[in-house]
Design a protein around this ligand. Structure first.
Ligand code: ATP
Ligand code: MG
Length: 361
């Protein structure tokens, strides 16, 4: 393959956008749900990874400084996981003003009733125990997420299963914008939207495991629910958390349950030795192997996955400015693309009064 400058070589690759909310650190659910796909596609796609710090405020408005710290720690997690900043763009949502502006335009193209029927929004209100006191901004976040995505006019969006309703709304808004402002037939197929519209109708790509269960055995693994094994956990912490996985089994001689048991979901997800897993499951079902042995083996396979990340993390931590530099370069690149998109959108709307540039200092 011909050598080109990073940045210029990216332009002819299909664009990919995905990201994370800095409500904590990255966990194994992110890894199998999305990060693994990102690592696989950073060679073939022009990748943009958003750290959605504004969205984090929807549940942490009073903790903006902690959100700032988590923004840096998510970037560190990306780099430790193997995301290559020369090939991929990592950026901070709040420093890309075009996203906030597009949010405003898109909010006009989606009905309130449609938003409230979004199952992920309803689910999060329950699992995050938001009651009826969540801020108006919480309801805005799915619209903001549509802007996060469409600002980059991506072909693909790798996400976990819980995000599919958001991607479906994104696809609807892309079509609605194109038919309202760019003269695309409302019945047109995705190809025609990509060719004649301002926005492509992006495809969701769900990871190998769309919804990894948490160590509580109840909810999806989530950084907000204290049921996660983090990519940044030490080997000891991993062993401890594996030990505490809730399996519901009382004694090692009881016949063990496989389905719905996080211990086996994790072995399926992380233990590459399928013969060993099948054999252990069989003995577990028959009450011939204890939880302890299966948990110990699980900790070993998870630690084998995380070990190379620990090495890269140590290098990053010895040079803290390196992460800030990656974010600065990435956010500048992201602004170039998002400003271009905003201009195309405004031009289609007839709001193209003055052209502008965003420059970071
Ligand atoms: P929060 O609890 O704050 O919502 P989260 O753990 O759900 O955090 P997000 O930042 O909302 O993480 O999600 C980032 C990406 O990771 C999304 O694509 C989401 O679908 C995916 N993801 C999150 N949790 C899991 C999981 N347990 N299994 C698979 N994918 C997941
Ligand atoms: Mg989430």
């Amino acid at each position: 393959m011909a050598m080109t400058e990073p940045g210029t070589e990216q332009t002819d690759r299909p664009r990919l956008l995905t990201g994370d909310t800095p409500t904590g650190r990255l966990h194994l659910g992110h890894y199998v749900g999305s990060i693994e796909n990102r690592l696989a596609q950073q060679g073939s796609h022009d990748c943009y990874f958003i750290i959605a710090n504004t969205h984090a405020l929807t549940t942490r408005a009073a903790e903006s400084h902690a959100v700032r710290d988590d923004t840096v720690s998510i970037a560190t997690d990306y780099l430790a996981a193997g995301i290559d900043p020369d090939r991929s763009t990592i950026f901070i949502q709040s420093e890309v003003p075009a996203i906030a502006e597009l949010t405003w335009f898109f909010a006009m193209l989606i009905g309130y009733g449609r938003l409230m029927r979004n199952p992920t929004v309803k689910d999060e209100i329950v699992t995050k125990e938001l009651g009826d006191s969540y801020p108006f901004g919480f309801l805005m976040y799915p619209v903001g997420q549509i802007a996060d995505i469409l600002a980059f006019r991506p072909a693909v969006v790798p996400v976990g299963e819980d995000q599919l309703p958001h991607i479906e709304m994104t696809r609807e808004v892309a079509r609605r914008f194109n038919s309202t402002y760019a003269g695309v037939d409302p019945q047109a197929g995705d190809k025609q939207h990509a060719a004649d519209g301002v926005f492509p109708v992006p495809e969701a790509v769900v990871g190998r495991v769309g919804r990894l269960i948490g160590t509580d055995g109840k909810n999806k693994m989530s950084k907000s629910l204290d049921n996660a094994i983090y990519l940044s956990d030490t080997a000891k912490q991993v062993a401890k958390k594996c030990n505490r996985i809730f399996t519901g089994r009382m004694s090692p001689t009881d016949p063990g349950k496989i389905e719905g048991n996080p211990l086996w979901d994790y072995h399926d997800a992380f233990n590459g030795d399928k013969t060993e897993v099948a054999d252990m499951k069989q003995r577990y079902r028959e009450g011939k192997i204890g939880d302890g042995d299966c948990k110990k083996r699980l900790a070993e396979v998870i630690n084998a996955l995380l070990e190379p990340m620990r090495g890269r993390r140590a290098a990053l931590e010895s040079d803290p400015d390196s992460v800030t530099r990656v974010l600065h370069t990435g956010t500048a690149r992201a602004n170039a693309v998002a400003e271009e998109t905003l201009w195309l959108a405004k031009s289609a709307m007839g709001f193209d009064f003055f052209r502008r540039q965003v420059r970071l200092s």
